[in-house]
Design a protein around this ligand. Structure first.
Ligand SMILES: [Zn+2]
Ligand SMILES: [Zn+2]
Length: 421
């Protein structure tokens, strides 16, 4: 054991003071990023700002171009100790902003061949600005740090453009979690579903896996007045849609974990009296358990194929695995709760329900124990249940939450060092 000075309490007080001092700059960074959002794998300006900042505050290493536009910074504390990774995602969404703020985005771009507005409608601008602030604070406390910090600025959390790879999975493939390997990783999401500054957490499965499927039913074209001369893919597709709904209701143990199977698109036919050749359906599967995930995929395939066969139709099922379940390491979550409690304040740390949305932070958690938490950005006086949600063109983030998150990430890091040094 080496002597530690100052006490963790003193370091916490320094972090709080530094967070208060940097708050206005974090807000300014966020407004600039908000006004200039970039889609996944196109975060060139954003990455440039992050890179310049990490160099300016004197990090020991700054790697750029990781998974296209990702930036990974390394800060070595004065004393040896564990490695903590902190992650922020950087991409905006193809959404046209409708929020009336002076720094609203007017950016437009081409996405999947369409002219679209671009907006930080998921709040990743907040994540980037906050992590820039945390990096500066921890760099300033380097002489007191018993460990190293890896700052991961990640592209394309909202999925890369079609035909491209990207995001957390690609960052890992390109060595973001190597040399050094983190002992723990922390990340968060700002959310409209909690009041400003309120911190939400849960241990174990927290956000769902998200996979998409495409089912094509191949029939035989005929006149709508003489269906017996063909094979009707519309009726077969209707049976497939209903059949898929029995997977969750009849086939999986929903007492263990919930699951969702949704068909969100169905397309077939051009005219009321022509039975078409084929019908295409697309949908999504959400689960909170990797074994249930595989089981449901298998059931979607066999059920759709069997129903089609029973109708003498053909059927092709393609399932694309996107994001795994976001699982917060139970021991890590438990260990860090006092930190979150201290930062959030009395009655402002909530145990929250599972979220059927997905996060590619889950890929990092498959490699190192991780904790992903939520911080509310809905202003006082607005009911979070009715606030415009993340991804809405009217999603609004109350910047008063930022200082709470800056403190949370910096304190989690130092408390982790203290515990595992
Ligand atoms: Zn999002
Ligand atoms: Zn997001």
């Amino acid at each position: 054991m080496n002597a530690r000075s100052p006490e963790p309490g003193a370091l916490a007080a320094q972090i709080d003071a530094a967070a208060a001092a940097i708050e206005s700059r974090v807000i300014a960074w966020r407004r600039d990023l908000h006004e200039h959002p970039e889609l996944g794998n196109r975060e060139f300006r954003t990455a440039g700002i992050v890179e310049a900042h990490l160099h300016e505050i004197g990090l020991d290493e700054v790697r750029t171009g990781v998974a296209h536009t990702g930036v990974v910074g390394l800060l070595k504390g004065a004393f040896p100790g564990p490695v903590v990774a902190l992650r922020a995602d950087m991409d905006g969404l193809p959404v046209t902003e409708e929020v009336d703020v002076p720094f609203a985005s007017k950016v437009r771009t081409t996405w999947n061949g369409e002219d679209v507005g671009v907006m930080h409608a998921c709040g990743h601008d907040c994540h980037v600005a906050i992590l820039m602030g945390v990096a500066e604070i921890l760099a300033g406390l380097r002489a007191q740090l018993h460990g190293s910090v890896k700052f991961i600025f990640q592209p394309a959390e909202e999925m890369p453009p079609e035909g491209e790879e990207g995001g957390a999975k690609m960052m890992i493939a390109e060595g973001a979690l190597q040399s050094p390997v983190p002992d723990a990783i922390f990340g968060l999401h700002v959310t409209s579903r909690l009041p400003v500054g309120v911190v939400g957490y849960r241990a174990g499965p927290t956000m769902a896996s998200s996979d998409r499927f495409r089912i094509t039913v191949h029939g035989k074209q005929t006149h709508g007045a003489a269906p017996w001369l063909g094979v009707d893919p519309i009726v077969t597709a209707a049976q497939v849609v209903l059949g898929l709904q029995t997977i969750v209701s009849r086939g999986v143990d929903i007492a263990r974990e919930p699951a969702v199977v949704t068909v969100g698109m169905i397309k077939g036919g051009v005219r009321e009296n022509i039975i078409p050749d084929s019908v295409e359906m697309r949908g999504t599967v959400r689960t909170f358990d990797e074994a249930m995930r595989d089981d449901i995929h298998e059931r979607v395939t066999t059920l759709a194929e069997a129903i089609a066969r029973g109708s003498r139709a053909g059927c092709k099922v393609c399932i694309q695995k996107n994001y795994p379940v976001t699982v917060n390491d139970p021991a890590l979550t438990e260990a860090m709760l006092p930190t979150l409690q201290r930062v959030a304040g009395p009655d402002r740390l909530l145990h929250v329900p599972k979220v059927t949305g997905a996060e590619d932070f889950s890929f990092f958690q498959q490699v190192v124990p991780g904790l992903f938490f939520f911080v509310g950005v809905t202003p006082e006086g607005v009911d979070p249940a009715k606030a415009y949600s993340n991804h809405s063109p009217r999603f609004y983030a109350d910047e008063r939450a930022f200082v709470v998150v800056v403190r949370a990430l910096a304190q989690l890091t130092c408390d982790y060092f203290d515990r595992h040094g």
